[in-house]
Design a protein around this ligand. Structure first.
Ligand SMILES: [Zn+2]
Length: 198
C-alpha cells in the first residue's frame, strides 16, 4: 500500500474492516495500562503502511478490552503501543455498534464554541471530572485500507475523539484540570490501586 499516492477521500469507515466484531465476546481483552504508567506519557509515532498488518492483529483484543470495560474509546498507548491510532465507539449500550478506527488522526478544524463534559478514562479507573473542549471538530484520519477519511463530530463523539487523540501525545484528561485537582485525582487513583493489590 502506498500512502503517498493521491488519497481517495472516503466519507465513512468501511465496516468490513470490523468483521471480527461478530465474535468479539469470545476474544480475550488486551490488558489496559493504568496511570502513572510511563508509556501513557510518551508521544506516539505515525503509523506507517508496514504497520497495518500488526495493527489489524491488535484490533480484536483492543476492541474486546474497550467493550468489556465498558468504555467508549481506547488509544494505542493504553495497551503499551507507541503508535498513532485509537478506537472509538460512542453508541449506546443497547444500540448497534458504531466502531471507528482512527489512524494518524488530525483535527483540521474545531469550533469556537466550547462544551464541558464529564470525562473518565480506562487508564484512570473510577476517576471523573468535567473537561472543557471545543464542542465540534472536523477530523481527518486513515482507515486500514490507507484511505483518508474526513468526518465532522460534535457532542460526545467530538469529546471522545479529542480525549483519544490527547493520549497519542501523552496527554491525559486530568492535564486539562488545575494542578490541585489533577494531584487530588492522581493521589486518589494511587490509593485505590494500592488497595486493589492488597
Ligand atoms: Zn483515556
Amino acid at each position: 500500500m502506498d500512502w503517498h499516492s493521491a488519497p481517495s477521500l472516503a466519507t465513512s469507515q468501511d465496516m468490513s474492516e470490523f468483521d471480527f466484531l461478530s465474535g468479539i465476546d469470545d476474544v480475550p481483552p488486551t490488558p489496559i495500562l493504568i496511570a502513572p504508567q510511563p508509556v501513557l506519557r510518551e508521544v506516539t509515532r505515525d503509523v506507517r503502511p508496514e504497520d497495518i498488518a500488526f495493527i489489524r492483529d491488535q484490533l480484536p483484543g483492543m476492541f474486546s478490552a474497550m467493550y468489556k470495560a465498558p468504555g467508549i474509546g481506547l488509544a494505542a498507548p493504553q495497551v503499551g503501543l507507541g503508535m498513532r491510532f485509537a478506537l472509538v465507539d460512542v453508541a449506546e449500550e443497547d444500540a448497534p455498534r458504531e466502531p471507528m478506527l482512527l489512524i494518524n488522526p488530525e483535527i483540521i478544524s474545531d469550533s469556537d464554541q466550547l462544551a464541558s463534559r464529564e470525562e473518565g478514562c480506562l487508564s484512570l479507573p473510577n476517576q471523573y471530572a468535567e473537561v472543557v473542549r471545543p464542542e465540534s471538530i472536523r477530523v481527518r484520519y486513515r482507515n486500514l485500507a490507507g484511505e483518508t477519511i474526513e468526518r465532522d463530530a460534535s457532542g460526545l463523539l467530538a469529546t471522545c475523539i479529542q480525549h483519544e487523540m490527547d493520549h497519542l501525545d501523552g496527554i491525559l484528561f486530568v492535564d486539562h484540570l488545575s494542578t490541585l485537582k489533577r494531584n487530588m485525582i492522581m493521589r486518589r487513583l494511587a490509593k485505590e490501586q494500592k488497595l486493589r493489590r492488597h
